[in-house]
Write a protein that binds this ligand. Structure first.
Ligand SMILES: [Zn+2]
Length: 354
């Protein structure tokens, strides 16, 4: 995608209590509907959805791969709209299938954990579940339906991980923006950054309350604000600021941590939470870490390697993690062109010493 090409989100973003009940009206414009979903997602949907639902239903295989997306297209054969009912992988699979079939796409997220229902970004994996590439759908979704009452079905741990992953948007973009000359910050980069700032403010102000509300099964304005922040506002950061609104230090280290198999069972956003602290230590922002500490404590976010099940903290053990994190084609380098494995390791040690 080009640095000056803006991809703000779906054609229509519909959010609010009970908006899913209007689905039959939205589908009036289409002749042939097909559904792509997962087992759990579809159960949750059927429990909530009040109308008859007799469209053909196809299960994805959990991989979010081009291969599975094509298989689904071959099975579906004809449809003018696909309904993607599920989490990020279902949405991403359906983006590829819809594009290959020339069909429109309606995304119905079944949990609040990332901005996949909103953006044209596709995280594509190989059928064996290893990462393939980050891709962009040529078109945005026709519609994204965010029913805040339905989304009270979100598992609490996924919601908290989504909060942490979304919080990273601000810290990762801020670290890039602080190195930019004023004149290089276009109006669109500034809008992306304002979105990141607003996300941080909303999360700090409302996320703890929203978690309590979710646990109690209570639909509140705070839960609705955090839902829209995680799904929609998060998508606007990169949607407007493009390459300057990308991930930077925290996600590069997160990806490097995948070399430590003991971290594999930890949710993506929880690992990112820890990596935000290492990035802040790297840029010497220890005061910011202390500002964040009460928030992390309240949500039980990882603050030390032991929280990621890592018990060895020595340079040799971390060698593959560090080599990956500082790679030229990775994103830690965006905040310091003179990055070295030693500097990142010192930041990890500094966080351990806090
Ligand atoms: Zn992430």
């Amino acid at each position: 995608m080009l640095a000056n090409e803006v991809r703000p989100g779906p054609n229509r973003y519909i959010t609010g209590e009970g908006v899913l009940f209007d689905l039959p009206e939205y589908l009036n414009d289409f002749d042939q509907v097909a559904v792509i979903t997962g087992d759990q997602s579809f159960d949750v949907f059927q429990t909530y959805y009040p109308h008859p639902f007799d469209y053909p239903v196809y299960r994805y295989d959990g991989s979010s791969s081009y291969e599975n997306a094509q298989e689904l297209a071959d099975k579906i054969k004809h449809a003018d709209v696909l309904l993607a009912i599920g989490g990020g992988r279902v949405a991403d699979t359906a983006k590829i299938t819809a594009e290959r079939m020339g069909a429109e796409l309606i995304v119905i997220p079944t949990l609040v954990s990332n901005c996949a229902p909103f953006t044209p970004v596709i995280v594509a994996y190989y059928p064996d579940h290893t990462i393939c590439k980050i891709d962009y759908a040529k078109k945005g979704a026709y519609m994204t339906i965010v029913d805040t009452r339905f989304l009270l079905a979100t598992p609490v741990d996924y919601f908290i991980a989504g909060i942490a992953d979304t919080l990273a948007k601000y810290y990762e973009m801020e670290a890039i923006v602080r190195t930019m000359a004023e004149e290089d910050k276009t109006a669109l980069v500034r809008l992306g950054f304002q979105s990141a700032k607003l996300i941080k403010e909303l999360l700090i102000a409302d996320a703890i309350q929203a978690v309590t509300d979710l646990e109690a099964g209570r639909l509140t304005p705070a839960f609705a604000r955090i839902t829209d922040a995680i799904i929609a506002l998060a998508g606007e950061v990169g949607g407007f600021a493009v390459e300057f609104g990308r991930t930077s230090g925290a996600h590069a280290l997160h990806d490097g941590l995948s070399y430590l198999s003991e971290t594999h069972s930890v949710l993506h956003g929880n690992k990112v939470a820890y990596c935000i602290w290492v990035q802040l230590a790297y840029t010497n922002d220890f005061a910011v870490i202390e500002e964040l500490r009460p928030f992390y404590e309240a949500l039980h976010l990882p603050m030390k390697l032991k929280d990621l099940h890592v018990s060895r903290v020595d340079r040799a053990y971390f060698a593959p993690v560090l080599t990956y994190a500082v790679k030229e084609e990775e994103t830690f380098v965006l905040i310091d062109p003179t990055i070295t494995p030693e500097k990142v390791f010192r930041a990890i040690e500094a966080v351990e010493a806090l």
